[in-house]
Design a protein around this ligand. Sequence first.
Ligand code: F6P
Length: 538
Amino acid sequence: MNITQSRSWAALAQHRDQILRRPVRDLFAADPARFDRLSLRLDDLLLDFSKQHLTAETVKLLVDLANERGLADGIARMAAGEQINFTERRAALHVALRAEREYRVAGRSVTLEVQASLQRVLELAETIRRGELKGATGAPIRHVVNLGIGGSDLGPRMANRALAAHAADTPRVDYVANIDPAELAAVLRHAKPEQTLFILSSKSFGTQETLENARAARAWLAAALGSEQAAGAHFYAVSNNLKAAAEFGIDPARCFELPEWVGGRFSMWSAIGLPLACSIGAAGFRALLAGARDMDEHFLAAPFEHNLPVMMGLIGLWNIDFLGADSLAVLPYSSGLAELPDYLQQLEMESNGKRVDREGQPVPVQTAPILWGGPGTVGQHAYHQLLYQGTRRVAIDFVVPVGAAGVAQEALVGNALAQSAALMLGKTEDEARRELLARGMAEDEAARLAPHVVCPGNQPSSTVLFPALTPRALGRLIALYEHKVYVQGWIWGINCFDQYGVELGKQMARALATAGAAEAGMDGSTAGLMRAVRAMRG
Ligand code: F6P
């Protein structure tokens, strides 16, 4: 059924009209227990959504929507290993990668293969960390370079930076994603061939960027070590396509198989996490998995109104489809989490940037948010002005590891809380005028300036707060977003796990590379640009 024709959708639309008449600051004034009512905890992780433009009644209506759309069934089907990736007819069972209980795909237990792969990954990581993995010359590997893009890059890259404090005295780990040769060159400038190991990470083993970088890395190794065979001792691969990896020349004994039922953007818990494991070690990686497992168990069991991923998904949907906030700013107050927005861009926008439902019918409402963001406090001096006084309603997630006491850390956390408060409370014209008068400004000048100082407030935000940026806390945080994405996708009726759209650009890039623009049947603009490219190259 068309989502907008459901009973709960109509109730939410009606409710929206009432609630928008009341600023969030008034909702706080009317309900002293609002924070307690509208915040949830999983152990020491707190999700506060009391600054969202909603009430307990909204929560109830959103839960009605989830029930009407059969979310419990969606969650059960995921956990049962059913083909929730309904276009590609695959399961999406990333929860199995961090589970202690058994999961099955098509009736077959995946527990043993998951455990065996994890064991191998962690053993290799520890061997490298101890300096016991030797390259072709017998020198120990001290530098690991991951070659991958999208889901084969963003997760371990983000986590590597986030958990840098947990990676003392370990091999250097770098990530190269772009086909722009400058990115690989910048890493190789600091690399010694005899001590460098490349991890070729590609689920499909068909991604142009990754394969091109791998060829360039192999040529660089071969030139320094004397042969392609020697270069082979400096490669491992992680892929679902082991045949292609072997054809590329990777020794099968140096390959990790990524199961088909793990989507690329949900894969950092698998062997795709190998470079991260080299950095944070087996104990750190296991703690990361334990954190994700905490969130999985909670997601599978908690009633919807107490379920963090479910509530996060429903609130996101409320913001997008009822309040018109179709942009989500993720603002981690932690430079370690600087790459969290990049990671979440793929997770949310590649998963739910879809327009038709299971039956191939257009979804009549907006789907994935336009996700962007960056670390606070840096963004306060760049884009926060738009959040305060621009014309758009923008939803915000403040992600705040509290950290140890200390002047700078307290200022960091204080800024996060102050920003969320100020963006919610805003400043009325009367408050602005009185403030200007208090500063000694003349009455007419204060009246002239006041409208420019007004901040409408009501920017809806949630705050995710936890004591420290540990592997376990990061695991919980990322699994929270993973499940949130699934909740939203299920309710919209779209498939979170395919990405056919991306294929169009890839096909055209291939056609352009092998033929000219005109030959490839390109439009006039692209043909003109191709001519200009050729001319500029002389
Ligand atoms: O182009 C999109 C995409 O297919 C992502 O979904 C994926 O994470 C990325 O490319 C990399 O793909 P692969 O791991 O197969 O190289």
